[in-house]
Design a protein around this ligand. Sequence first.
Ligand code: DX5
Ligand code: ZN
Length: 220
Amino acid sequence: MKKLLSASIMCADLLNMERSVREIERAGIDYLHIDIMDGSFVPNITLGFDLINAVKQITDMPLDVHMMVNEPSRFLELMKLSENDILCVHYESELHIARTLEAIKKKGIKAGLAINPGTSVDTFRYLTELIDMALVMTVNPGFAGQRIIPCAERKVRDTRGLLDSLGKKDIPIEVDGNISPENGIKMSRAGADIFVLGTSALFLKDKEMSEAASSLRAVL
Ligand code: DX5
Ligand code: ZN
């Protein structure tokens, strides 16, 4: 599977969002990763639905929306997403996650399922028919700039093994959190396909984004 890069725009210059989006486009990044939080599912609040809809108006880049909110099914109508966008919800955030995934698919959007560091990869087992992507969190969700969890590599390898054993080689695995070039290489070897890039790899003070992106692409 082709390795894809997803830029986490909560790490971009929030006061110059359009300029940041243009920079990400120029760097040839594949997805815009937009983190939505509610201060309850995770202890932070960053970006909101209006930002998603505003960004959608200025770019054709596919969005990779990561919902870190309780009961995300309450908000599906607030986002104007299209068929190439991914809407990712957490397994831990809904009592009836299968229903939420079905509702996302019904809207004609790609559905992603995310799992927290403490959640077993086996969670994916009975939901593979409803998902287009598996997101394995490599930090506790909510904040940029954290350290990767110790079992991340094993977890990605186990997820790939599970999906392959179920005949789902086509479901990509996304990794999110502290994906530095070094960690990215490890995750890539373990079977990750989509790499969320934040402060560890793309939004750097001493490196141009396009330079950072092309050196990542060369090693992943
Ligand atoms: C949370 C976010 C963060 C972050 C990733 O879901 O997606 O994990 O922006 O970038 P790092 O961890 O490299 O700052
Ligand atoms: Zn995220």
